[in-house]
Design a protein around this ligand. Structure first.
Ligand code: ZN
Length: 372
């Protein structure tokens, strides 16, 4: 340790639970953060400052203005940059003495095993089920602790999934991903900006404890945080001997990509943005229904679209023409697929979900449109 490092880490060095030996463990440790977003930002920032010797970041996204409400690794000047680039700049500024390994890719079945193999602890900062299940499974295979975190509006939870340390894995609790479209994404449901800060930092603390092998890790426990009630509760969770990945007779023994599965809606007819554009240009009578929320409609809308938020759809069916073609759109296509299923059940026949939603429209048809 250099003189500079002794000063930098002096508050750690004076703690008996860390001390010079612990600080050397932190310096030798390799932690992989999946995602440089809401959870990954605070986690990676504090792990870097704490002196974790190698921090890996997996991300493929670019910084968007709507990220800055919570993704504190990135600043206003970074909008449009790759998240990995702005994250790397910030982390190097926080601590130039550590290695930062950038993995610019989607965490997928093809690379997950190799990525996880290079690290001691995995911090799952993902915001979607395909990645969460993949991270869980691969960590079980590799006997690496998976520090889990999830946020929703004012609520968050965290745990350490580590069957090799005696606790359950994520699949012991939730064996299979939920059906596509049944759980709203962060973008759809919203999240208090500070909330992922709290959960991401709890994940960072658990990662550090695992490296130092001190205290009681959140193995076999889920900690739930309710920001409105300002209340932490914990639940004991057990390993399920019938778990498909860590149980006695596992049926999942290789990484699975849920991407196609989770992204696709079954039995929902779709229309592409180009098809819709052609129909509108040709003056065909197509009724366009926008099932997003009013605040989204204010950000961007397709001319002529009628706003009926998904939650109001069943009681406003009377506002939709029955004798004509209906195209439903949302932000990216999940809510509209649900809406189409609802409309079909209500007897609408000629109804389509706009593939990719207004985001695809902005990308492929109207580049001047505000994206979010
Ligand atoms: Zn399990």
């Amino acid at each position: 340790m250099t003189d500079q490092e002794r000063i930098r880490y002096s508050r750690h060095l004076s703690m008996p639970e860390v001390g010079p030996e612990g600080q050397r463990k932190l310096q030798a440790a390799r932690v992989l953060c999946i995602g440089a977003g809401g959870l990954g930002s605070p986690a990676a920032l504090y792990l870097a400052s704490a002196g974790i010797g190698t921090i890996g970041l997996v991300d493929f996204d670019t910084v968007d203005l709507s990220n800055l409400q919570r993704q504190i690794l990135h600043g206003t000047k970074d909008v449009g940059r790759k998240k990995l680039d702005s994250a790397c700049d910030r982390l190097r500024d926080a601590n130039p003495n550590i290695e930062i390994a950038l993995h610019e890719c989607r965490f997928s079945a093809t690379n997950a095993v190799d990525l996880v193999a290079n690290y001691d602890v995995i911090v799952d900062g993902s915001d979607n089920f395909p990645t969460r299940y993949l991270s869980n499974d691969v960590c079980v295979f590799a006997h690496k602790p998976n520090v889990y975190g999830a946020v929703f509006r004012f609520d968050g939870q965290t745990s350490v999934f580590a069957p090799h340390l005696g606790g359950p894995c994520y699949r012991c609790l939730f064996p299979e991903p939920p059906p596509p479209g049944t759980v709203p994404s962060c973008a759809e449901a919203g999240v208090l900006g500070v909330l992922p800060g709290v959960i991401g930092l709890l994940q960072a603390i658990e990662a550090i404890k695992l490296v130092l092998q001190i205290g009681e890790p959140l193995v076999g426990r889920i900690l739930h945080f309710d920001a409105l009630k300002m209340n932490f509760r914990q639940f004991n969770v057990r390993r399920d001997p019938r778990c498909p990945v860590c149980g006695e007779n596992p049926t999942i023994t290789a990484p699975i990509d849920y991407e196609q599965f989770c992204g696709a809606q079954r039995d929902v007819p779709e229309m592409s943005v180009h098809e819709l554009k052609q129909k509108l240009d040709a003056g065909e009578s197509v009724e366009l229904i926008d099932v997003r929320e009013p605040f989204e409609y204010k950000i961007a809308r397709i001319d002529g679209a009628k706003l009926i938020p998904l939650g109001e759809l069943t009681k406003r069916l009377g506002e939709i023409k029955r004798n004509g073609q209906t195209v439903v759109h949302c932000h990216s296509g999940v809510r509209s697929a649900n809406a189409v299923q609802l409309l079909k059940q209500a007897g609408f026949n000629d109804v389509f979900s706009l593939a990719g939603g207004i985001d695809a429209w902005a990308d492929e048809i109207d580049p001047a449109m505000q994206r979010y």
